[in-house]
Design a protein around this ligand. Structure first.
Ligand code: GRF
Length: 192
């Protein structure tokens, strides 16, 4: 089976992108990370990608007056890379149909909660406020409704007494870094 060509979208730290890049170093992994794209020129993750000789590309959303025109520029670049899949990894942009339609079924995201619980931001704060005993993370297909596409895989993480948003998010992040490479491999293998 030919390894699937994957582009990763980031906006910041890029630790999940780094986990995907590290997993894909194994020649037996069913996907290769061919490019990392950021909507922010200062995203810290770009430095890591560069250090691993991954092609990086910045499309600054501030240079576009509408979501659609930004998505069109992003889509043009992604199409030019001949990709099979796109993995969002802390990509903080709401996508329009300009991007969603051409990539339907090929666009995945990681989210720090047990979806369908806690869609959107501040997931750890909200989970703690609700006093839940179990939190976690999910990888899902991206669809028009935010964080609502079909779930591909998820992992539960216990909430411990005395947890703060910081301690809980750190515990969840460790699991994100294991879950995302596994979920991407599943999706890549499914493509055949
Ligand atoms: C992660 O918690 C991810 O689940 C969420 O945003 C965070 C990004 O972190 N979508 P990083 O940039 O991958 O380090």
């Amino acid at each position: 089976m030919k390894r699937k060509r994957v582009g990763v979208l980031i906006s910041g730290r890029g630790s999940n992108m780094a986990a995907l890049v590290e997993a894909a170093r194994d020649p037996a992994y069913p996907a290769e990370i061919v490019c990392v794209v950021s909507n922010r020129p200062d995203a810290a993750g770009l430095k890591f990608a560069r250090s691993r000789n991954i092609s990086i590309h910045v499309i600054d959303h501030k240079h576009y007056s509408t979501r659609e025109s930004f998505d069109a520029a992003l889509n043009d670049y992604l199409q030019s890379q001949n990709l099979d899949l796109i993995a969002c990894a802390g990509f903080m942009r709401i996508m329009t149909s300009v991007l969603l339609e051409p990539w339907a079924g090929k666009l995945i995201n990681i989210h720090p909660s047990l979806l369908p619980l806690y869609k959107g931001t501040y997931t750890h704060e909200r989970a703690l406020a609700d006093d839940v005993k179990v939190h976690g993370c999910s990888v899902h297909y991206v669809t028009a409704e935010l964080d609502s596409g079909p779930v591909i895989a998820q992992v539960e993480v216990p909430v411990l007494a005395g947890d703060t948003p910081e301690t809980l998010s750190a515990r969840v992040l460790v699991e994100e870094h294991k879950l995302y490479p596994k979920a991407l491999a599943m999706v890549a293998r499914k493509l055949g």
